[in-house]
Design a protein around this ligand. Sequence first.
Ligand SMILES: Nc1nc2c(ncn2[C@@H]2O[C@H](COP(=O)(O)OP(=O)(O)OP(=O)(O)O)[C@@H](O)[C@H]2O)c(=O)[nH]1
Ligand SMILES: [Mg+2]
Length: 366
Amino acid sequence: MGVGSSGSQAVAHMRELNPDFDAVVIDTDAKVLEAMAMERIIHVGSAVTNGFSAGGDVELGRQSIEKDSSNIRKQLRRVDLLVIVAGLGGGTGSGAVPVITRIAREAGTLVMCMLTLPFVFEGKPVARKAEDALKKIRTHADAIIRIPNEMMVDRSDSSLPAEQVFARSHQLMMDGIFALWRMLSQNGICGIDFASIHTMLRNCDGFCHFASADGSGENRDAIVVDAILKHRLLNGGKVLGASAGILVGLTGGHDLKLSEIETVMSQVQEKLPVDAWVNFGVVIDPAFENRLSAIVLVAEQWKEPLMDDARRQMGFTFNRRLPLEQGELPLETVGKGRFSNLDPTIHNSEDLDVPTYIRRDIKLPR
Ligand SMILES: Nc1nc2c(ncn2[C@@H]2O[C@H](COP(=O)(O)OP(=O)(O)OP(=O)(O)O)[C@@H](O)[C@H]2O)c(=O)[nH]1
Ligand SMILES: [Mg+2]
């Protein structure tokens, strides 16, 4: 799901390259959406922004999506894993993604967000908007992958065209999402499946790192390892040394050798803490003859110690999200505050200003 103009454009581009991709785009800006050749386009907030963008106003972005929340709920029916792509810093993406992640969480959908963060030159107010949105998103999303636009810039090369810098982060997201999609939709010879992605995303404590690498020719395994160990989104590989868990997905052609899998896995594992959780999968795709591609998804830390494999195999990770466990809430009756002088709202002899659970003496179970 691409949200906001840059998120929508990135997803529309992915869809162009891969028509099997199940994708939807959402924006307030009718002009941006008009230019897209996709079946699932959701134009939100026409009553709020008159078909224009949210103009950087996060509150307008939020209102626009809230007004269409039932449609978003409909889109999420029977969706197990939702990947949201957006650029934070504008109005629509920053306002809408927190709402969409909340709706997805209520629907029990696993949510991963790939979010670009603004360039430094966009200024402090834009950076703050992005940070605020990120905090809200973190309360609902299972995993967030941050792609700071600034990281895409090679400061030693000032002649780099701006267009290329923007294209870089799109390319990174695209590579990653395609690789994830391949892992989930094609048969692997050993599996990353929905269960392992579920384990990873549900247990990682909010933020994940993500990188992908591609190599071809004789030394493709060494090229892939080298690229991952130096990857800018893994902070030049440093992230690996402090990670709690990692998922590695490899795609190769029918000529993929066991030694190549071993090279990548052993050299990546060498960089990890000894107790890091590791899972990997391999997919064979004839289009990858003489080529090797890898994605790594790295959890900074776990919410709690990871379940052991036995419990995992008992099916826990296949369950959809269970409602949160909760005991009786310690709620107290409080006064009406500044509304105390107003007439009560009486209906069928009940004062509707008194919360229902108090009027009807309902114990709130968790
Ligand atoms: N990497 C990348 N980032 C972009 C691109 N366009 C915009 N951004 C970033 O994404 C942020 C949000 O921009 P948009 O997606 O255009 O904003 P929006 O969500 O549509 O919000 P409104 O236009 O205000 O409704 C910007 O602050 C930039 O940091 C792009 O083409 N590539
Ligand atoms: Mg826009």
